[in-house]
Design a protein around this ligand. Structure first.
Ligand code: C5P
Length: 239
């Protein structure tokens, strides 16, 4: 049987850097909740059989308006978010294994709830670039700016050589069994993305060139940028 594709969106974060009473994934963006754009971006690719959204158990903001129109059958909402992103992802994987009989060789794409501007070109280049890869990998962009490391009082301690440095994005795509093992073996300290768990096993995820437009909404001013990116995408697809 050919390998299937699934996606997990960990969405149990509180968005402490963003602030506010409503978690950022539920804020209105371009006419609908932010997370609906994130889900829509993944569901637009018919290869992705199902998207599992992992919410905090006490999430009071999720409602039916969060699922893109006509997509209910390909969406599962699992209220088993954990204390860290890694735990939320592990619980999404367990749900897929228990309920959909996902196999270790199936591909899993993990995508941040707060990246609503992923477009079909970026998603296709990730899937097409990795579908025959033994390890898997992630969308990322080469660092463009000069990097400074600060001391504790915000004075430059050092300039970091930016050559061969990339900024990791999502989706990150790995064989489900490999990712499950990587996240389940050892401490989760310092594991801020799926690739870092895979690297801990001694594997080297592949970097697939993404785009700056696939931004993560982290601070309030990012919302206006996301709005502009979605408007520009819509204008392009209308021409
Ligand atoms: O905090 P950060 O922006 O890195 O979170 C990345 C993603 O992980 C977000 O989609 C967030 O909702 C999710 N997350 C989670 N469970 C946590 C912490 C973060 O699902 N405990």
């Amino acid at each position: 049987m050919s390998r299937r594709y699934f996606a997990v969106i960990p969405a149990a974060g509180t968005g402490s850097r963003f602030g506010g009473d409503v978690p950022k994934q539920y804020l209105p963006l371009h006419g609908s909740p932010l997370i609906r754009h994130t889900m829509g971006a993944l569901l637009a690719d018919p290869r992705i059989e199902r998207v599992v959204v992992v919410l905090a158990p006490d999430d009071a903001f999720w409602d039916e308006d969060c699922t893109p129109v006509g997509m209910l059958a390909r969406v599962s909402v699992v209220r088993e978010g954990g204390a860290t992103r890694a735990i939320s992802v592990i619980n999404g994987i367990k749900w897929l294994i228990d309920n959909i009989k996902a196999e270790p060789d199936d591909w899993l794409l993990v995508h941040d709830a707060a990246r609503p501007c992923l477009n079909s070109v970026q998603l296709s280049s990730l899937i097409d670039g990795l579908k025959d890869d033994p390890v898997g990998g992630l969308l990322a962009i080469p660092v463009a700016d000069t990097l400074k490391r600060a001391d504790t009082v915000c004075r430059v301690e050092a300039t970091i050589d930016r050559q061969r440095l990339w900024q990791a994005q999502t989706p990150q795509m790995f064989p489900m069994g490999l990712l499950h093992m990587a996240l389940s073996s050892g401490s989760l300290d310092g594991i801020t993305d799926e690739a870092s768990a895979i690297e801990r096993l001694g594997q080297q995820p592949r970097l697939v060139a993404g785009s700056l437009t696939n931004l993560k909404v982290t601070y309030p001013e990012d919302l206006a940028l996301a709005e502009m990116i979605l408007s520009a995408d819509q204008a392009r697809s209308n021409t």
